[in-house]
Design a protein around this ligand. Structure first.
Ligand SMILES: C[S@@+](CC[C@H](N)C(=O)[O-])C[C@H]1O[C@@H](n2cnc3c(N)ncnc32)[C@H](O)[C@@H]1O
Length: 281
């Protein structure tokens, strides 16, 4: 794995991403850093947020190439610094992806997994590598393209991923009409987003409709799981778990929830958002 969190503190995290080192915002790192100022200054790029919600990169020593490839979550992915300070993957999902991948490997049948708000495809690639039949959905064409290009870096992953550019709600309504069913759904909705035709997504207003539609595309004839995660303020782990428990049930179910976290080199955790998971028999 070519990714490490070296340290965090003063609202920032220090990361090693392949050969390059970055300092990026980590709003909830209220503590003081452990490494020296000299270590923190030894970076290729620093991203600083501004009051508009965006921000700017400050590059050092020639900066970094437009993109490069790293191994993350057992797959090769293309990393690109974006205008929002993102790099193309969110390390806090690693634990959930590992759990899903174990389920995929344990299953005697090929599991059909739906990845919603799927972004640049790291989760989809790693689930496909574990042996699932993955449907990857995102509203942004650029994200689908990014995922397809990362797939090309992995000759060992079958190219059977179904890539879809659409609005989540519209796509789910279509899947219900088609009668398509899934053994697992993972979704990481943003607080606010736009569908492929400009549809407005707001976590507070749309999450119940989203889960109602998901409940209609899940294969209740077989055991299934649903994972809901987000970074929306106010959506705590218990809230996400209650939302899932309200919409999904069967003969028996096991649910869990917690903070998403990234483990630093010191072994300490840097929290980033919340998740809940339900497994239904
Ligand atoms: C990056 S993920 C969410 C990550 C994380 N939860 C966060 O807060 O940054 C958000 C993804 O959802 C997609 N998205 C937003 N609204 C959507 C919609 N209505 N239908 C499908 N995808 C959508 C975006 O294109 C983006 O790739």
């Amino acid at each position: 794995m070519d990714y490490k969190i070296l340290d965090s503190g003063n609202g920032m995290k220090l990361e090693q991403v392949g050969p390059y080192r970055f300092a990026r915002p980590a709003m909830n790192a209220f503590w003081e850093p452990s490494l020296t100022e000299k270590e923190w200054a030894n970076v290729n790029g620093t991203f600083k947020r501004d009051s508009s919600g965006g921000g700017t990169w400050k590059w050092k020593g020639g900066g970094v190439p437009e993109s490069w490839v790293i191994n993350f979550s057992d797959v090769n992915i293309i990393v690109k610094p974006t205008n929002f300070g993102h790099l193309g993957f969110f390390a806090e999902h690693l634990k959930s992806w590992n759990w899903v991948n174990e389920e995929i490997k344990k299953s005697e049948d090929e599991l059909k997994i739906l990845n919603l708000f799927a972004y640049s495809g790291v989760g989809s690639l790693s689930m496909a590598k574990a042996g699932a039949k993955v449907t990857h959905l995102d509203a942004a064409k650029g994200m689908i393209q990014w995922g397809r290009e990362s797939l090309e870096q992995n000759p060992d992953i079958p190219s059977s991923i179904r890539w879809i550019t659409d609005d989540v709600i519209k796509f789910l309504q279509r899947e219900i009409r088609r009668g398509n069913k899934y053994n697992g759904i993972i979704m990481d909705p943003p607080s606010f987003g736009r569908g492929a035709q400009g549809q407005i997504w707001k976590m507070e207003e749309n999450v119940n409709e989203l889960l109602d539609l998901c409940a209609q595309v899940i294969d209740t004839e077989n055991p299934y799981f649903v994972i809901l995660s987000c970074h929306t303020p106010g959506f705590s782990p218990i809230i996400l778990e209650r939302l899932l428990l309200k919409k999904f049930s069967g003969k028996s179910q096991v649910s869990t929830s917690g903070e998403m976290e990234m483990v630093e080199e010191s072994g300490q955790s840097l929290p980033a958002g919340a998740f809940a998971r339900i497994e239904v028999q």
